[in-house]
Design a binder for this molecule. Structure first.
Ligand SMILES: CC(C)=CCC/C(C)=C/CC/C(C)=C/COP(=O)(O)OP(=O)(O)O
Length: 305
């Protein structure tokens, strides 16, 4: 499997916190968010010295060639995905639930590889919702371990393929080691430019809008803005998707035949084209993705005009 790459990030803390909030907000900011952990610069060092293993199969000629019928000039910049149906996939095969999630990770890897080949700039995936905390403890723990493993195993790929990783959501609820791994990975890959993978963990659209409002209220309280200054642009600066140049998904795909958006990126999806696939997420491969993109390219986007 080309993506398999083991990397054990032993944190060697050498740089100051990458927390980039204005200093005037720091006392308040810490009441809203866990402090970001320091950048592990040893990670960057280790990554630049492990270039021998195979990355995924991304050849220069692939990035020039698109499947028949798919137009480069109409490619969505940002695709969002609700990766639904992992447990059903496992149950249908009499497998334990964890096998469904593991198969889901493989599917995600394939889709990331395709995005890089076909020139999609950003992929956002709903990996764990705020409501998923209410799932059985053993399942939640398994998912946390899967995030940890996935991020560690693929760290080298992200570097070699110039992939930026961003994580959005209420990370304060995650195990400390996972928080640190995520923040370090975000920091270490922040200058990568080919493609950005946004992983939504402990995330919901409600959470995102509420945390943005809290930040704006804080700024108003500090006298930095007037309540009447608040507009769409100021809101968007505070949403967690401020981590990307393309905050509004052009296309949302939900797998498994459900027709809901389930509290994912509520603000950001305002003008997004929706596509619902019957396949369960672990079965969603290149052919299905192509179908979704071709359907997207048939749509006329009017933005209410
Ligand atoms: C490293 C990384 C980002 C990993 C992502 C792993 C992954 C595929 C997570 C999906 C989690 C999830 C709660 C999916 C919803 O479908 P469900 O499993 O609840 O399916 P069901 O609708 O059949 O119950």
């Amino acid at each position: 499997m080309p993506f398999s790459l083991y990397f054990s990030p032993t944190p060697l803390i050498t740089a100051p916190s990458p927390l980039s909030k204005p200093s005037f907000l720091v006392p308040y900011y810490h009441t809203l968010h866990a402090p970001k952990s320091p950048l592990c610069s040893s990670m960057e060092h280790a990554l630049t010295h492990q270039g021998k293993q195979e990355a995924f199969d991304l050849r220069p000629e692939d990035s020039q060639t698109l499947p028949l019928g798919l137009r480069r000039d109409a490619m969505p910049s940002h695709v969002a995905v609700i990766m639904d149906g992992n447990r059903r996939w496992a149950r249908l095969r009499d497998l334990p639930v964890r096998s469904g999630y593991e198969a889901g990770v493989e599917s995600l890897r394939k889709i990331v590889e395709i995005c890089c080949k076909w020139g999609i700039k950003v992929l956002s995936v709903f990996a764990f919702s705020s409501d998923n905390w209410f799932r059985p403890k053993v399942e939640v723990e398994f998912l946390m371990s899967l995030f940890e493993r996935g991020m560690q195993e693929d760290t080298g790929i992200f570097f070699r393929e110039n992939i930026r990783i961003s994580v959005i959501g209420d990370l304060t609820k995650l195990p400390k080691a996972l928080q640190e791994l995520m923040v370090n990975l975000e920091e270490a890959t922040k200058n990568n430019t080919l493609f950005q993978l946004i992983v939504a963990v402990s995330y919901s659209g409600h959470y995102d809008v509420v945390q943005a409002c809290q930040r704006l209220a804080l700024k108003a309280k500090c006298g930095l803005i007037e309540p009447s200054d608040i507009n769409v642009s100021l809101m968007e600066q505070e949403l967690e998707t401020n981590c990307t140049e393309f905050p509004h998904p052009d296309l949302l795909i939900r797998t498994s035949g459900e027709f809901r958006i389930s509290n994912f990126m509520l603000w950001q999806l305002a003008y997004t084209e929706l596509y619902f696939a019957q396949s369960l997420w672990p079965d969603f491969g290149e052919a299905e993705f192509l179908k979704a993109l071709l359907a997207f390219q048939q749509r006329q986007r009017r933005y209410g005009v």
